[in-house]
Design a binder for this molecule. Structure first.
Ligand code: PMM
Length: 309
């Protein structure tokens, strides 16, 4: 999933794609690099960001969603507003990426329900202002899993189609670096919820801190290699998609994970005892990607995670 933020203030690409023509060209360039899906957003969600009003958000995203959809690109709309989601779906978006998981605007999941659009349920505890004060967990992996399970249950009660849900741990949203790493270390626990997983680590602050080795994170443009490493490991863990700002190298990382998975599976059929642990490891990838088939086809027509960036 390639990101196009039509915002002046996103931490990574803020201000670069405010002009609709530039945003559309960028989306097409990401597709040329290998993206299967383009996520278009008009509101920054970085820590401390102030909300943009609905009309302005719509003004930013709609021409971009419409043009990309008309060009045949599977488009996702990154929004917390029902009105924006509705207009974007009417303009051709095939997925609604709600970082609030239905908490910011209870009408938003209903747009997905009523239009049969796929829906991303991200783990979220509140809006960007004050978000990091909510980064308090007894056990972050268990708490995020349980809170996501609660959201999924509520969404199913609202009538959403379980075949069209994707869950996302929401890295960086009310989470410290330590929380993000713990969640990445236990993607299997989140996959056990039974839904395809989306992971958005791209260029985030915790990667900048890792690269610099200090409290002062490395600048955004120096976080790409770490992003690609996360992508390889997340793909190997069986995620459905990664949400990234730059596609080419992340696409290669997904291909590496898929090639190793295929080799492990081939080795397992040769039945050397020493291969059994590798093949067991790959089994979860296969089942996670099998589980994602319906969402993949709902959004991109693509069969499995190895094609998703
Ligand atoms: N992160 C951002 C925005 N939208 N959506 C999902 N599903 N998951 C994420 O982790 C996520 C998101 C913030 O990053 P950006 O400012 O670069 O878009």
């Amino acid at each position: 999933m390639g990101v196009v933020n039509v915002t002046p203030d996103s931490f990574s690409d803020g201000g670069r794609w405010m002009d609709p023509d530039a945003a559309i060209a960028h989306g097409l360039a990401l597709v040329a690099e290998g993206a299967d899906l383009i996520d278009v957003g008009g509101e920054s969600t970085r820590p401390g960001a102030v909300r943009v009003d609905g009309e302005e958000e719509l003004r930013r995203v709609l021409p971009v969603v419409r043009a990309l959809a008309q060009a045949g690109v599977p488009v996702s709309v990154d929004t917390m507003r029902a009105s924006t989601a509705r207009a974007a779906v009417d303009a051709g978006a095939v997925l609604v990426n709600d970082v609030s998981g239905g908490l910011a605007d209870p009408g938003l999941p209903l747009v997905a329900r009523d239009t049969g659009t796929a829906y991303v349920v991200m783990h979220w505890r509140g809006h960007s202002v004050g978000m990091q004060q909510r980064a308090i967990y007894a056990d972050v992996v268990r708490d995020v899993r349980d809170e996501l399970a609660g959201r999924v249950e509520a969404l199913l009660a609202q009538g959403l189609d379980p075949e069209r849900l994707v869950v996302d741990p929401g890295l960086g949203f009310s989470k410290t670096a330590e929380h993000n790493w713990a969640l990445l270390a236990h993607l299997d626990v989140l996959a056990d919820l039974g839904y395809p997983l989306l992971v958005g680590a791209s260029r985030k602050r915790f990667l900048g801190a890792l690269v610099s080795g200090t409290d002062q994170p490395a600048p955004v443009h120096e976080r790409e290699s770490a992003t690609v490493a996360v992508t390889a490991l997340a793909a190997s863990a069986g995620v459905w998609a990664v949400r990234v700002h730059s596609v080419r190298d992340n696409r290669a990382a997904v291909a590496v994970a898929a090639a190793i998975e295929a080799a492990a599976a081939a080795g397992a059929s040769g039945a050397a005892a020493s291969m059994s642990s590798a093949s067991t490891g790959s089994a979860s990838v296969s089942s996670a990607s099998t589980g994602s088939a319906s969402v993949s086809s709902a959004t991109t027509g693509s069969a499995r995670m190895s094609g998703q960036t």
